[in-house]
Design a protein. Structure first.
Length: 186
């Protein structure tokens, strides 16, 4: 007997399942992908990044979200839980939901061995479809290294590498500058 292919889920089916689940899942091309837990180092780096954004954006009309904020890429109808996302101005949601963000300016993913290639490739491709996204950070938890992709006026993405504790990252879209030593625990 031949195996029957599993039909892709609709967005509504995914959202119903994900909202009722005890764990988070991402949704790409009609498939659900369970989110794995991270290491303590991953959590520490992610938390420090959130704190640094929060410190620099205090008093401004920007909101920093942790990995509980679901982000939708409209063109591909995909849903993700980035480690960090930043919205300047009012957070906009999909179809008046209270749990699907559609207008991030900055997304940061703290890499893990199992997701690094995916975060660099397929996920970034879908993130690029979000018109408000101007900065994408790939943060390596086990070395002091952040890769930065910045959307240019012509729509092209500029790559910058920031390595070592004295290196700094400048995010013009949210007017933030931070040294990597503030992100990485000693």
């Amino acid at each position: 007997m031949a195996a029957q292919p599993i039909p892709p889920l609709t967005e509504q089916e995914y959202l119903s399942l994900d909202r009722a689940a005890e764990y988070k899942s991402e949704f790409v091309d009609g498939e659900i992908f369970a989110m794995a837990g991270g290491t303590l180092r991953h959590s520490s780096v992610s938390s420090r990044l959130i704190i640094e954004f929060g410190r620099q954006l205090e008093g401004r009309r920007c909101t920093v979200f942790n990995s509980d904020a679901r982000v939708r890429s409209a063109k591909s109808r995909s849903y993700f839980y980035p480690d960090v996302s930043v919205v300047c101005g009012d957070p906009l949601t999909h179809e008046d939901s209270d749990d699907i963000l559609i207008n991030p300016s900055v997304i940061a993913e703290v890499l893990s061995p199992s997701t690094a290639d995916y975060d660099h490739g397929k996920k970034f491709k879908r993130y690029r479809d979000i018109p408000t996204l101007k900065e994408y950070l790939l943060v390596y938890p086990d070395e002091v290294l952040i890769e930065q992709y910045t959307r240019q006026e012509d729509g092209k993405w500029l790559f910058s590498e920031h390595r070592g504790p004295e290196a700094t990252v400048v995010l013009a879209v949210v007017d933030c500058t931070f040294a990597l030593k503030r992100i990485y625990p000693e």
